[in-house]
Structures are given as C-alpha cells and as structure tokens.
Design a protein around this ligand. Structure first.
Ligand SMILES: O=C(O)CCC(=O)C(=O)O
Ligand SMILES: [Fe+2]
Length: 421
C-alpha cells in the first residue's frame, strides 16, 4: 500500500467508526421514548395478527414484530369451537403430569446425589414394578425421564404443528426444527383461603408491581442447574450473538390481560446486551422496568417470543380464574438441546416419547418431535438436505472449471472483495 492508499483506508475506517457511534447515539435517544412506544404497542396490540389474515400477511407481520419487539401474538390459532375441548384436556392433564412427577420424587427420595437418583430410575424403568411413567432417553446410559407432556394432550397435539407457526419458526430459525421443551404453565387465581394468585412462591405473589424477569433457554443465564454440573443445561455467554436461537410459544387457553396472567415483556430487549440476571448488568430481577408491558390475548392465541426477550410470568392474577397455558420451546436442528444436565431426570428438557407414542402423533408434528424418540433415526430434514445438495453441485461445478480450463481460473473471482474493517 502506498501512503495515499493508507490514508484513504484510514479515512474510510474513521467514517465507519463515526457512523457506528452516531447509530449508538440515535439508539440511546430512541430509548428515551421506550415508555411511549410501549404504551402504544400495548394499547393497539401492534404485536398481534389474526391467523385468519392470510398466510403471507400473518408470517410477514409476525416475523417483523419478532424482529423489532422480540415477540408477537397470532390470534385465533385454535378455532373458537375447539378451545374448551383443548382447555379441558389440558386441565385434566395437569394433575396427571404432577401426580406422576410426585410419584417419581417420592420414589427417588430426597437423599443422595443426582447420580444415585438416575440409577434408581434406571432400575425402576427396567423392572416396571413401580407405578411410575418413565421413558428411555436417546442418550445411552442417561436416566429415563417422565414422558413428554404431549402424550396426555392428543387434542392439543392436533394444533401444535400449526402450518402458520411452522412457517414463522422456519423463517426465523431454520427449516429443520425441534421442539425442545413442552410444559403446562398455569397461573393460579386468588384462593379463598387468602393465598394471592400469580406465578411463583405464594409468599412472593399478589402484587402487580413486582416481576420475575428472565430470558429463556438457551439464553437463561442460570441454565436451570446454575453451579450444579448434573443439572446445568447450558447457556449462551453474554453478550448474546444477534441470532435468534429459540422461539418460545405460549398457547393461551384462557383470555389474558393485565389482571389475568398476560405475560410481561420488555419490547426491544432481545437486542440489548444486558440481561436481567446478568451479574454485571445492574438490573433488579424483581422490579418493573420502564417500558415493560403485559400481553393481552384471547384464549386460542399463541404468544411467540425470541428466547432473548426479557419477560416474566405475572405474579398477580385478580381475575378469579386460573390462567391455563402450554409453553413450548422451538429450536433449529443445530441447537444442542439435550446434551447436558445428565442428572436432570425431572427437568422439562426433551422429555421423551416411546415409539408407539411417537407414531401416534399427528404426522405434521412428528418431524418436530422425532429427536425425542430413541428408536427413531433422527435424520437431517428435507429443505436442509436441498441446501446441502445445492452446495455440493456448486462445488462440483467449480472443480469442473478447474478440469476444463484451469488457465481461466486466475480471474474467475475478480469480482469478490471482502472488506477488512
Ligand atoms: O407464564 C408466562 O406467561 C411466561 C412463561 C415463561 O416465562 C416460561 O415458561 O419460560
Ligand atoms: Fe420464560
């Protein structure tokens, strides 16, 4: 490089630097309007679109909302005439799931480490003597787990792989998807004995001005098990890369708003480098944040959020009715959804399915849950295969050029320039 070119490069780099700091300044200015933007967003439900709006419009609106705010709602996913059937099924499933978990907990007891509990459950599953519902997991030598909650909810299963949700998730994440977790998330109503409604420990509940901010796996900083290697499921390190890695769906089966368990969110937080649980981020997890808002949606709607979005379950519910909801976490094939937490026999991560349970799932749901069935070979799925096939063909074409006219290769990539910033 001669002196002139060195100077030119420096000028361009300085210009890029000042554009970047100008961008930061404008973002800080925008943050001053967070409350107003958020109030407008909540009042006008600008994050929501009806499933009946037409496929292209729904997918477009939903992906735009996810990109800008970090969340979206698709209204009317479950047809009105089906909602009570699904809700009743989920209400019945709750005690079955909890009853099974309690029986497992009673069986393994509170003494001993995770390794002992794991071996105990391995034996229990083998002799099938105890009245415990347990299923083998895909990984060899790992302990069995309670079955995936979906086995108790066949009606709900018929909606889970809704074509609109599939399209939205495929566009945001990748074409081959896995449902990595699925669980119920009821929010209690105030009870007649005076126990306040809301999510969390009874002693912490009841106030509309408290929160339990967090982000979701794989962006859940405490990773379920925190400092315990047996139960830590892994967490992406801060600052999170600006890539959506998991979409969380909350299927509301009762109406939700400020009084009845609408999810709390901080719009735009999916792109903020801080985190409510971040040890160095100076945020109080239990306090409101300027610009926070609660989702409102009718039963049958699905709330979708980027796992990086700061959010919280409502710690109050004054509606007089339990909020009924099912949560699922959808990930691309490349997420390491079930590799860690060897002692996490009771966590909700990748609860397995027997082959029979898997084969009775609705056909469109099977590809999303195939990784949960140890007997199934979990192959890379079609659109991802097509991409690889296209890359193979392009590579072969390149070598074809080499064989045909190697002397022409010298300038073949002359148009390819990579900026070194
Ligand atoms: O209960 C809600 O509305 C939020 C649920 C939630 O944060 C979760 O399951 O990760
Ligand atoms: Fe969450």
């Amino acid at each position: 490089m001669d002196d002139g070119e060195i100077k030119q490069v420096e000028e361009i780099r300085n210009r890029i630097g000042s554009l970047e700091s100008e961008l930061l300044k404008q973002k800080e200015l925008l943050a001053q309007h967070a409350q107003a933007i958020s109030t407008d967003l909540a009042e006008n439900r600008r994050y929501a679109v009806s499933a009946e709006a037409g496929e292209k419009d729904v997918v477009e609106a939903c992906c735009n909302s996810l990109e800008r705010y970090g969340f979206a709602v698709v209204d009317n996913v479950i047809p009105v005439e089906k909602i009570s059937t699904v809700r009743e099924e989920v209400e019945l499933a709750g005690p079955l799931i909890e009853g099974n978990l309690k029986a497992i907990r009673d069986y393994i007891g509170t003494n001993g480490g995770e390794e002992e509990k794991r071996s105990l459950l391995q034996l229990a599953q083998k002799d099938q003597k105890e009245k415990l519902e347990l299923r083998a997991v895909r990984r060899r030598h790992y302990g069995p787990k309670p079955p995936n909650d979906i086995v108790w909810m066949p009606e709900y299963a018929s909606f889970l792989a809704h074509p609109l949700l599939l399209q939205i998730t495929q566009r945001m994440l990748d074409e081959h998807l896995k449902i990595a977790q699925l669980h119920l998330r009821p929010i209690a109503a105030n009870s007649s004995d005076g126990t306040p409604g809301g999510f969390g420990r009874a002693a912490d509940r009841g106030r509309p001005d408290t929160r339990e901010w967090h982000t979701d796996w794989p962006h859940d900083l405490s990773a379920y098990g925190a400092g315990n290697a047996q139960t830590n499921a892994g967490c992406i390190r801060q600052p999170f890369p600006d890539v959506p890695m998991c979409l969380v769906m909350i299927w509301y089966l009762t109406d939700v708003d400020e009084d009845s368990g609408g999810t709390w969110v901080v719009p735009g937080s999916h792109r903020d480098p801080r985190n409510p649980r971040g040890p160095s981020d100076d945020i109080t997890v239990s306090a409101p944040i300027t610009g926070d808002m609660q989702i409102s949606a009718k039963a049958g709607s699905v709330f979708i959020q980027d796992s990086r979005t700061w959010h919280a379950s409502a710690m109050h519910n004054t509606s007089g009715k339990t909020r009924i909801a099912v949560v699922n976490r959808w990930c691309p094939w490349w997420m390491s959804v079930d590799d860690y937490a060897p002692g996490g026999t009771l966590n909700t991560v990748c609860r397995p399915l027997s082959q029979e349970e898997y084969s009775t799932l609705p056909k469109p749901l099977q590809p999303l849950m195939r990784h949960l069935c140890p007997e199934e070979f979990d192959e890379i799925q079609q659109p991802v295969l097509d991409r690889a096939e296209a890359a193979r063909a392009r590579t072969a074409w390149g070598f074809e050029q080499l064989r045909r006219a190697p002397e022409k290769l010298r300038h073949a990539n002359a148009h390819v320039r990579v900026p070194i910033i």
